[in-house]
Write a protein that binds this ligand. Structure first.
Ligand SMILES: [Zn+2]
Length: 147
């Protein structure tokens, strides 16, 4: 089931990721509400274009990490499938630190095909970054917010 729902947003190395601005705004809002804890969501869409977010209600977060167990992840993935979308990545906030992958991020992420987004709320302005895990290293990837 996982293989059919998992997208490949980086199929083409030069593809730029796209995220709908309304999705970003919803995530920003939820992230600010969750402060000082992290907020996380699964991202769905087609190709390299993210058009929806799915936030499991049983998500466990604290100030420096987030976690969902297997059944929670599977039910969110089922929801993505029911929306006729593919799983393109994961989003989470860093309420207190820069948008750089932390040791918790390195320990918890195992999907090199998917995108990994960090929104820092630590500065005066929110700062969003997208990464791809490549041979164990998070590489920044370019993206665009689209209306
Ligand atoms: Zn993180």
């Amino acid at each position: 089931m996982l293989s059919s729902i998992m997208g490949e947003p980086f199929t083409n190395k030069h593809t730029r990721l796209w995220m709908d601005r309304k999705v970003y705004e919803r995530l920003l809002d939820a992230g600010q509400t969750a402060r000082p804890k992290e907020f996380a969501a699964l991202l769905g869409g087609t190709g390299a274009h993210i058009t929806a977010s799915f936030s499991p209600s049983q998500l466990a977060t604290d100030r420096t990490s987030f976690h969902w167990d297997g059944p929670t992840l599977l039910s969110a993935l089922r929801e993505i499938g029911q929306s006729q979308l593919q799983w393109l990545g994961v989003f989470h906030t860093h309420p207190l630190t820069a948008p750089l992958p932390s040791s918790a991020d390195h320990a918890g992420w195992h999907y090199p095909a998917l995108s990994y987004w960090i929104l820092s709320l630590a500065g005066r302005e929110p700062e969003l970054r997208a990464y791809q895990l490549t041979e164990g290293v998070f590489q920044p990837r370019s993206f665009m917010l689209v209306d």
